[in-house]
Each structure stands twice: as structure tokens, then as C-alpha cells.
Ligand binder design. Sequence first.
Ligand SMILES: Cc1cc2nc3c(=O)[nH]c(=O)nc-3n(C[C@H](O)[C@H](O)[C@H](O)COP(=O)(O)OP(=O)(O)OC[C@H]3O[C@@H](n4cnc5c(N)ncnc54)[C@H](O)[C@@H]3O)c2cc1C
Length: 316
Amino acid sequence: MNDIDKKWLKDRFGRDVFFDEPMWRHTTFGIGGPADAMITLKSDQQVKDVIGWAGERGYPWMIVGAGSNLLVRDGGIRGLVLKLADGFTVIEQSSQDGSDRTVNVAAGAGTLLRRLGKHALNRGLAGLNFALGIPATVGGALMMNAGAWGVCMADITNAIVILNGNGDIVTIQREQLRFSYRRLELEKGSVILRGEFRLKRTDRETLQKEALEMQRRRRLTQPLSFPGAGCIFRNPQSGMSAGELIEKAGLKGFRVGNAEVSTKHANFILNTGGACAAEVIALMKHVQQEVLSKFEINLEPEVRIVGEEIRAQKLL
Ligand SMILES: Cc1cc2nc3c(=O)[nH]c(=O)nc-3n(C[C@H](O)[C@H](O)[C@H](O)COP(=O)(O)OP(=O)(O)OC[C@H]3O[C@@H](n4cnc5c(N)ncnc54)[C@H](O)[C@@H]3O)c2cc1C
């Protein structure tokens, strides 16, 4: 990026723009090379303006939520990384239907899903307990159709507000949303700005008991003491889960450098200290090859791998 473009960003976003920002600071894996520029955005207008500008100047851009499903390669990200901050963390109880049982709660895309889950829990609103242990933002959770214990974002979503590829802010109702397993299909170049969720009034104590039980099960089954990105591979459509296949292939504890297949949950890869993306990717490839040769099943990554190999040329 030339100095004029850097100045445009600096003048516009001041202390909210960071050049050569290490992405390991913004992913739960604690891995990732530098982004040419990272900008934290506070309003719909700012998102619109910066994306319009990036288009004119030919810079690629991407949105990062809590970075809990991202593996950023060691060479980092060329172009702009956009994070939705302050103006996108508002939670509002927007309306309820006549029966007084169903309550609509809207939340900005930058809101932590856990915070939204606690908001619902404290008010005796059922539907979001599954989300309490997922370290996502609302935007990232919608995009990934995050879920646990048989419930997912698609089950509670009423509508979302997006900035579409034409630069228009539009609301998409549930019937038009194409959710599938760990995926929401949106027109390319869309940014989720807000989500609206339909929750049900219920007894708060029962809800709290359920939440505690879910958290207990999560602690029992998931390795949470080292950085990771949750489940690395998507579960195959039928038969054994990805975790069961990896375990049966004898890969629990298998390492490449400082990246390790968890001994607790085989579908987690952990950064045991100073792992780089190349190690994680090499480990993922090994796991895929072993599972393919033993079970003839092709494991597809759930984690999104972004960025450049270490020697890629920088744009900015
Ligand atoms: C310990 C641990 C446990 C986990 N448990 C679960 C679990 O139980 N269930 C589950 O489903 N997942 C789980 N995950 C994975 C992860 O939390 C989810 O995939 C989550 O939905 C990612 O949200 P995020 O905000 O971190 O998104 P990111 O990882 O930051 O981004 C994911 C994708 O969404 C896009 N995106 C993010 N925000 C927006 C936006 N506003 N508009 C458009 N695109 C956007 C990004 O560009 C990227 O492509 C776990 C992860 C960890 C580390």
C-alpha cells in the first residue's frame, strides 16, 4: 500500500487501524502472521465506506470475528482485516409475540456469543444455552451455523441484517437463509451486521441447571487447556464422527512440531506452545491421509484456513 492509502486509513480510522498486525493475537489458536492492515469498525457506515474504498483501490478484505474457527497461515493476510467493535456489541430485546412466551432478541455481529447466552440465561429465555461454551462472536457463529448438543444457530435465528456485495444494507428473514451443517450460504462479499433470535420464556432455574450440565459435559469432553480452534474437521454425513475416525486411526497424541492431536478429543488439534500454521497444516494432511487409507473417508476441514504462506509478497 502506498503512503497515500495508508494516510487515508489513518485519517479515517485513527487509533483503530493497525498496520502489520500479528494475527496470532486475534485467533484462539494463537497462530498467524501479520495482516497488512487491521481496522476495528464501529458503525454500519464505516463498514460500508471501508469496503467501498477497498474495492476502488483493489485491496482484498475479510472479516474476523473472535478468530475461533480460523487458522491464519504464517505469512499473514494481504489486504484488510476488519473487526466489528463497539457499535456492533449491542443486545436489544426487540419484541415479543402476543402469547408473551416468545421473545425476540437482537444482537450486533461483534457481540460475544457467550455474552448473548448469559443475557438470555439471566432473563429465563431458552434457546441459547448451547452457545455458552462457544468462543464466537454472533457474526462468526451465524456464518458457521455454530452448534452443540444437537442445536445450532439456524434453530433460533429469526432474521439477519447484512451489508451485501452491492453495498446495500438488507434484512434477510429466516425462510430465505440457506443454513446447513456448520455453514450459512451468503452472497459473496456479504458482511453480517446483526442477528435477531427467537427465544422462549421459561423457568430460570431449570435453564440454569441445563447450562451447568452443558458446561460440565464440555469440560469433560473437550481439551480446553491449550489454544486450538475447536473441531478441526467436519463430521462425515453418516457413520463415525471425525473424532472417532481419527482416534481409531491411532492418531491421538500424534505431533508435528508443536501441533498435537488432542489426547482427550481427537478432532481437536492443539497449539502446545509456539506452533506455527505450517505445522498444523502438515498435521491435518497427515490425519486426512491416515483416515483415507484406513477408512476410505475424506475428512474435510471445518476450520477456515486463510492467508499466505510465509514467502508471499506483501501488498501494503
Ligand atoms: C474451544 C473451542 C470450542 C468450540 N466449540 C464449538 C462448538 O461447540 N460448536 C461449534 O459450532 N463451533 C465450535 N468452535 C468453533 C468456533 O467457535 C465456531 O466456528 C464459531 O462460530 C466461530 O466464530 P468466530 O466469531 O470466532 O468467527 P471467526 O473464526 O473469526 O470467523 C469464521 C468465519 O466467519 C466469517 N465471519 C465472522 N464474522 C463475520 C461477519 N460479521 N460477517 C461475515 N462473515 C463473518 C469469517 O470471515 C470466517 O470466514 C469452538 C472453538 C473453540 C476454540
